[in-house]
Design a protein around this ligand. Structure first.
Ligand code: GUN
Length: 304
């Protein structure tokens, strides 16, 4: 029997997408048609599904998208040339290069070759720096989606103790920065932390992005805490394939106040915030300067 309320990420993502759709329509009517370019290198099955979902969602909300599928053995230089072409194309507002890339390509080089104004992943070092300084426009989609869910459940999160489990550049670190910018007291736990469950038990908010199936059970949770599970792990159990998170859902839901399921929790938020970032990128590029853009965006309903 579950004590926690279940946070429905599909419902929350649809609410975001509805707002984004209105913004896409408004921008298009004023002559700026937001457009996302997605680049997929190689034929990794999971990446293929992610890219297809991104393009389908864009279509669903009336946003233009362009897909570039490149063979796994493409030269790094040719990929960089494509990025440069997309940077120069005024009709493209957002560029996403799906990770992981084949081992002969340096992901840092590719990410930092993207125009920061078009970096809808928020991975470019300039956007990472702006996030640390608390003035980023384009912030990583998954943690931004998590912040949105937390505010939807808790309202103002100022002063809460938030524990982030995992320190990846894609989720853990930007999540911690976003929570700090939202006035939380933030702790990051990772594989070298000493007595992680005891520290986690002091948290009002826990975001788990460790990449370890069912790492977090109820012994990590303060009663009533809000728990977001970013993990997606395929495991085989009782001879069946199952998708589980980094949180042991059946255990944690006995003590948490609210929890995201896997699937249907954080996952749908990532794509919704990619669409939202593409709209923000289009607005930012149609503004005269980045400073003007920041003022425009501060007033936007899409700001989390
Ligand atoms: N691969 C897995 N997640 C992501 C993401 O958020 N962005 C990109 N570009 N690649 C990914």
């Amino acid at each position: 029997m579950s004590g926690a309320s279940i946070i429905d990420g599909r419902v929350a993502a649809n609410a975001v997408l509805e707002e984004v759709q209105v913004e896409v329509q408004g921008l298009s009517e004023s002559g700026v048609e937001p457009c996302l370019a997605v680049v997929l290198v190689g034929d990794d099955a999971a990446s293929d599904v992610y890219v297809r979902n991104k393009v389908l969602t864009a279509r669903k909300i009336g946003m233009r998208s362009i897909e570039h599928r490149l063979s796994a053995d493409i030269d790094e230089a040719r990929l960089l040339a494509l990025v440069s072409e997309l940077n120069e194309n005024p009709q493209v507002h957002g560029i996403l290069v799906q990770m992981p890339l084949p081992p002969h390509i340096d992901p840092d080089l590719v990410i930092n070759a993207i125009d920061p104004m078009k970096d809808v992943d928020g991975f470019h070092r300039e956007n990472v720096g702006d996030l640390a300084l608390g003035r980023a426009v384009l912030t990583p989609c998954t943690p931004t989606g998590c912040l949105y869910l937390l505010k939807r459940v808790l309202g103002d999160i100022s002063g809460r103790h938030a524990v982030v489990i995992g320190r990846s550049n894609i989720v853990g670190k930007p999540m911690a920065a976003l929570l700090l910018n939202a006035n939380c007291s933030v702790t990051i736990l990772h594989s070298r932390s000493v007595d992680a469950p005891a520290i986690a038990r002091t948290a009002d908010i826990i975001v788990v992005a460790a990449g370890k199936p069912r790492l977090v059970d109820e012994s990590w949770i303060k009663p009533g805490a809000v728990v977001l599970d970013v993990g997606i792990n395929r495991i085989s159990e009782d001879g069946k394939q199952r998708l589980v998170g980094d949180v042991y859902f059946e255990s944690v839901s006995r003590v948490a106040g609210a929890i995201t399921p896997v699937p249907g929790g954080v996952g749908p938020m990532t794509i919704a915030f990619l669409m939202r970032n593409t709209v923000l990128a289009a607005k930012q590029q149609s503004a005269v300067t980045k400073t003007v853009a920041a003022h425009v965006l501060a007033a936007s309903s899409l700001r989390v």
